[in-house]
Design a protein around this ligand. Structure first.
Ligand code: AMP
Ligand code: GLY
Length: 426
């Protein structure tokens, strides 16, 4: 029987651990560091995700059979290279392959070289060049992206030229994003449906997971500042099998083939951020080197087979399947956030009503909370995600919403979006 180490403490990490715990092959799950909910699935360790040597030491000592890395930073920092050098199986891309998310300049160039449909992209490294670029353009025609990892704050979709200019000065002159903003990329602005695509890969083959949409903005109607994600749902009712096949063969498989051809084979989960343009053309706006959060929670509710051998196959470069069994219904997640999120969050409140959840098709995936004296206490912006499975999207969403409120799950000053799914349900 296997033991698994999940690196992470977000809702995504909880969902991955929850799914893997159901495997008949898995005996023990560890989370580093986990959160206020993961203790119900495994053991939380006092090791942070950026303590790569601490993680390696633990995995060696405990003879961990498979390590699964949830967030991007340790991947970009080389955790996979470190574990592989020690002969330990680990799910995720190497540091070089994780560059696909770590640098927007790299990813734009990669898509161009490998004929992956994408919006026109122009990298720029000085403020003077950037000002020159926006001078004769309508701000409605482009978006601005900081090159490096910027925790969701690196993309500006300007409404007016003055807003674009202020953002450029903040990023390129005042360095508010640090190194991440040393270079920027201008990208042609696309319009249409945004879709997240997920492919599991062993470096060669891919297994596509369902397509999901998330809501990044904090307020109803997709207004307000961007967050990590306030809710998500899938599969998507407008996704035809023809469009799904095009995304697989024109975007996701070419990305895996391109990484291999470039000498940096990509193993792990490849997340494609896509637009289906108004004329129905799929285009990639970015790649991420890990599952989406909270999209992963939705996916884990939909997968209907043992995930352990599949993740192990990806890690060891010998995936034996090309598809995964899925449930026939839909899943949705509604994230509950602390006051102030996505700015500075007010935390330290008890999460109440967790004991009232009895429906086996409802899962609470914890994120920004911790357990203290038997109580679950809020500790960050996104506290938890109420996730539900139903026969269709409407059913899944109403089941999720039914759990939230004074008679269900609640905490002081919590806020959440009331309109998750409106883009497809109206
Ligand atoms: P990202 O951090 O790259 O996922 O971008 C954040 C958000 O900015 C995306 O979810 C889109 O809504 C928007 N965005 C990014 N690139 C583009 C683009 N080329 N055209 C239109 N919107 C974009
Ligand atoms: N939910 C968006 C992301 O994980 O990047």
């Amino acid at each position: 029987m296997a033991s698994v180490l999940i690196v992470g403490g977000e809702g995504r990490a909880h969902a991955l651990g929850w799914k893997l715990a159901q495997s008949p092959l898995v005996e023990q799950i560890y989370f580093a560091p986990g959160n206020g909910g993961t203790g119900a699935v495994g053991e939380n360790l006092p090791i942070e995700v950026n303590d790569l040597s601490g993680l390696l030491k633990f995995a060696k000592k405990t003879k961990i059979d498979l390590t699964v890395v949830s967030p991007e930073q340790p991947l970009v920092d080389g955790i996979v290279d470190l574990f592989e050098a020690a002969g330990l199986p680990i799910f995720g891309p190497s540091a070089k392959a994780a560059m696909i998310e770590g640098s927007k300049v790299f990813s734009a160039d990669f898509m161009l070289r490998h004929n992956i449909p994408h919006p026109a992209s122009t990298p720029v490294s000085t403020l003077a060049e950037a000002k020159d670029y926006i001078k004769n353009r309508s701000p409605k025609d482009y978006v601005i992206k900081a090159d490096g990892l910027a925790a969701g704050k690196g993309v500006i979709v300007p409404k007016a030229q003055a807003e674009a200019e202020t953002a450029l000065i903040k990023i390129m002159q005042k360095s508010i994003l640090g190194e991440a903003g040393r270079q920027i990329v201008f990208q042609e602005r696309l319009r249409g449906q945004e879709v997240s695509a997920f492919a599991l890969s062993d470096g060669q083959k891919i297994i596509m997971l369902p397509f999901v949409q998330d809501h990044k903005q904090v307020f109803d109607g997709d207004r307000g500042p961007n967050t990590g994600g306030m809710g998500a749902y899938g599969p998507l009712p407008f996704m035809t099998s023809q469009l799904a096949e095009r995304i697989k063969t024109e975007i996701m498989q070419p990305a895996i083939d391109g990484m291999r051809a470039d000498g940096t084979p990509y193993r792990g989960l490849l997340y494609g951020g896509l637009f289906i343009t108004e004329v129905g053309e799929p285009k990639a706006i970015e790649f991420n080197c890990r599952f989406g959060d909270p999209e992963c929670q939705v996916l884990m509710m939909l997968v209907d087979e043992d995930l352990y051998p599949i993740l192990m196959g990806c890690a060891q470069g010998n995936l034996t399947k090309d598809s995964i069994k899925l449930k026939t219904g839909s899943a949705a997640i509604v994230c509950l956030a602390s006051k102030g999120y996505p700015g500075t969050a007010e935390t330290g409140y008890e999460v109440k009503g967790l004991d009232k959840i009895k429906d086996p098709n409802v899962m609470i995936f914890h994120a920004g909370d911790k357990k203290e004296n038997g109580k679950v206490i809020t500790s960050a912006g996104r506290v938890l995600g109420v996730t539900a499975y139903g026969k269709d999207l409407k059913g899944a969403l109403s089941k999720a919403y039914a759990q939230i409120g004074p008679k269900g799950i609640h905490f002081e000053h919590m806020h959440f979006r009331k309109d998750i799914g409106f883009r497809v349900l109206g």
